[in-house]
Design a binder for this molecule. Structure first.
Ligand code: NAD
Length: 377
């Protein structure tokens, strides 16, 4: 099967074929069939929504992490503390895609019982696209907010500094709208997520001019200062260079990033990005502090949904600014991209695609098997 290319020269990979291939890679790398399917579906889902940074480009890195023992297949969460509406969970460095599902299901169940639930998740493997967790709660009519930090990931400079002291610490929130697509805010507190720098490094979409601060304190769109000598390897390591990602919105994004460290790192017990006098980086994991609210407790009728729809219509009636077609609400862009990619396939920079093919080969998937997985519906 020869894959089509788009006008920019990207390979166009069909979403179902991508899930088949990723599932096979993770199954061979040691994940049980259910977990392999969850990882494959969620990574491909990130690409479908336009978040290539948190999609299948992660496959080589995740497989390497299994080998290094950084991320452990087939884990189930441990309950560390349980007071009914407040639960602390330990993900034991398991794959974030399956640990995240398990943790969110605890939050949904507790919110349905108590009206409100707070779940602190420590030591999760990479939780991927955090909007997944808001979507999962919204599908059960639960409003949710998720604050995340990345322990051991020192790749972001605080506002006013050059040295790497922070992670990309994302925040996501989901607003269910009965009978319609939920509203999903989902963003890193860095100017761009690290994976977007990786996508740019691999020949994909270029970064904005203020995304990186190099070792001399100059702002640049060049991702190389972030990766240093590892920039040309199959598995570039952000943090190997003397540059850093910047926080978004100057001091305000830096402040929000700090809050993520307090809630997801310190309060959950997962640990902050780093600490003083620590010669070694802390073991990599995501911490996640989540709040779940059952809509039924706030409204016994449909007045919430009516007010949300009214406000969305009011917001979108804003006259578009020059260069913009329309005002979008959180999550709308992802829905637009998904419709297009479901129809035409996932665009992938050739370098990024070749790295996935090489990882598949490393797991014993030869060219014939690869083509058969890609073409299977
Ligand atoms: P981004 O800069 O694309 O921002 C995404 C948010 O902005 C979404 O809510 C989207 O709906 C909204 N948006 C996009 N275009 C818009 C427009 N024209 N008008 C109005 N709103 C618009 O995303 P990002 O900050 O680069 O984050 C990418 C992904 O990385 C997210 O899924 C995030 O969860 C993930 N992430 C994960 C980790 C982790 O450790 N697991 C760390 C950082 C980021």
């Amino acid at each position: 099967m020869s894959l089509a290319h788009d006008k920019q020269g990207n390979v166009l990979v069909p979403a179902t074929g991508m899930i088949n291939l990723a599932r096979e890679i993770f199954n061979r790398a040691g994940c049980n069939p259910e977990e392999a399917d969850t990882i494959a579906t969620r990574l491909t889902g990130a690409n479908l929504r336009g978040h290539d940074s948190h999609g299948v480009i992660r496959i080589p890195r995740y497989v390497a992490w299994i080998g290094e023992g950084r991320q452990v297949p087939n884990q189930t969460i441990d309950v560390v503390q349980d007071s009914g509406s407040i639960v602390i969970l330990d993900g034991k460095f398991g794959f974030g895609q399956s640990i995240g599902e398990q943790a969110v299901d605890v939050g949904i169940e507790r919110a349905k019982t108590h009206g409100v639930a707070v779940v602190g998740l420590r030591h999760a493997g990479h939780l991927g696209r955090i909007g997944d967790w808001s979507e999962r709660a919204a599908a059960e009519n639960i409003v949710s907010i998720h604050m995340v930090n990345v322990r051991g990931s020192l790749i972001v400079a605080p506002f006013g500094g050059v040295s790497k002291r922070m992670s990309t610490s994302p925040i996501s929130a989901g607003i269910p709208v009965t009978g319609e697509t939920p509203i999903i805010l989902d963003m890193a507190t860095s100017t761009v997520a690290e994976g977007k720098a990786l996508v740019a490094l691999k020949g994909g979409k270029a970064l904005p001019g203020d995304a990186i601060i190099d070792g001399d304190g100059k702002l640049t769109s060049n991702p190389v200062p972030l990766y240093g000598d590892s920039a040309t390897s199959t598995n570039p390591a952000a943090g190997d260079g003397d540059g850093a990602l910047t926080t978004f919105g100057a001091h305000k994004g830096s402040g929000l990033n700090f809050l993520m460290e307090m809630m997801a790192g310190a309060l959950t017990g997962s640990g902050c990005a780093g600490g003083v006098d620590e010669p070694e980086k802390r073991r990599f994991c995501n911490g996640m502090f989540s709040i779940y609210l059952d809509l039924k407790v706030f409204h016994s009728d449909d007045s919430f949904v009516a007010e949300v729809k009214n406000y969305v219509a009011f917001l979108k009636s804003s006259v578009p600014a020059s260069g913009c077609d329309a005002v979008l609400i959180p999550g709308e862009k992802e829905q637009m991209v998904m419709a297009d990619r479901q129809a035409h396939g996932l665009p992938m920079a050739v370098d990024a695609w070749n790295d996935i093919v090489a990882t598949a080969a490393g797991q014993g998937i030869d060219q014939d098997a690869l083509e058969s997985l890609l073409s299977k519906a």
